[in-house]
Write a protein that binds this ligand. Sequence first.
Ligand code: HEM
Length: 126
Amino acid sequence: MQSPYELLGGDAKVRELVTRFYDLMDAEPAYAGIRKLHKPDLSQARERLYLFLSGWLGGPQLYTERFGHPMLRARHLPFAIGTTERDLWLACMDRAMQETGIEQSLRQGLQQAFFKTADWMRNRAE
Ligand code: HEM
């Protein structure tokens, strides 16, 4: 069975998706609530989300090879994440998937998987 990584179109497409995701977060006032949690320079965030998603989608485990276990929840503890921040992240990602032309059924499946990961990152009652 093909992995989501393969269905998506592999490495270049993962990079394109992450680029669009952070370009949108940076440019759109709608996502200011999560943009402000990030450093002014998004280059490290861009690189690391790309490395992480490669493995998370079933492709090469680039993040783990470089940094070991992602410990994503622990790494997000410094940032206050409630349902508002979760939903902004998911909205930004869904738009990035639409704008990079990810086919609808794949996009919907990925959005459900992103929801689980984003929901698990919540660290503040709201
Ligand atoms: C739920 C809402 C989320 C918020 C508000 C959020 C916010 C952040 C912030 C502020 C950073 C630090 C970036 C920097 O260096 O400036 C970060 C890092 C990161 N985020 Fe998220 N994030 C969220 C969800 C997610 C999800 C769902 C994923 C994966 C599917 C993810 C993957 C990552 C990765 C891989 C890093 C880099 C970790 C590292 O090595 O330091 N995040 N996130």
